[in-house]
Design a protein around this ligand. Sequence first.
Ligand code: NAI
Length: 308
Amino acid sequence: MKVTIVGAGNVGATCADVISYRGIASEVVLLDIKEGFAEGKAMDIMQCATTTGFNTRVSGSTNDYSKTANSDVVVITSGIPRKPGMTREELIGINAGIVKTVADNVLKFSPDAIIVVVSNPMDTMTYLTLKATGLPKNRIIGMGGALDSSRFKYYLSQALAKPSNDVQGMVIGGHGDTTMIPLTRLASYNGSPVSNFLSQEVLDKVAADTMVGGATLTGLLGTSAWYAPGASVAYLVDSILNDQKKMIPCSVFLEGEYGQSDICLGVPCIIGKNGIEEIVDIQLNDAEKALFAKSADAVRAMNGDLKA
Ligand code: NAI
């Protein structure tokens, strides 16, 4: 099983690292536009093989897409971060150009690949990839909900003072500070609603911390995070390649589901060898439905910047 990761930066290289040491794929190709960068990252990861004990073959390429041929999954992490003074529209314009070119190039060599979009603004980039490639919706998956949900479970576990692995929780909606929706009502600890253990005030704080989870890390690190993002992509890729049919919130093209159409937004999906196997319809209450509609409005406005 072969995975290509375009963008050998912080998130892309971390994803390659997790995929290899967990043996998720037999081959990983890292590709970057920066001369020698992907080759260097690949070599560094390969030099872990004997100490961490893995057999995945990791290689790097500077913009030579022929090396990516016959990939089962292609992950797009290429893009630039927003720089001081840059408007949202400018960022969207630059990253849209990068993502579109990358998607065209990878499909020339891997026409059957499932594409996982990570570059921000992720919901808009996922929508652009779907529209630009014309691929069926099951093959274009935006990664954001897996990361936001892992942050949600982290904050819940901190509040509960219990291990994260015993906590269940999901974040849906847009992948942005103001658009994501941590579903506190449905979160659980060892099968019991977290509201049995935590007050509404604490749950509200958990939700608020989750929503600014990325910004908190950017404040601490001076750049956006990579360990949890890279691991979240690997988790999604594992479910695809190994047909695990895990339920993972992903940004997917909606055609009436959750009351929305012509938009990519985070909803729970069953992820398997065909990519999006199924969109799971969870019953939202009226307040959650209203938040979802508001989130869709904000993402739709951003998609509008794309067209401008
Ligand atoms: P980074 O700057 O470390 O890496 C980006 C890499 O893309 C660089 O090495 C750059 O040379 C490469 N690149 C730029 N244009 C390219 C092109 N045309 N072809 C090939 N490679 C190209 O950034 P980082 O931290 O890895 O983040 C990557 C993207 O992922 C950003 O857009 C970031 O906002 C986004 N992100 C998304 C998350 C999500 O949950 N969806 C979470 C974290 C980051």
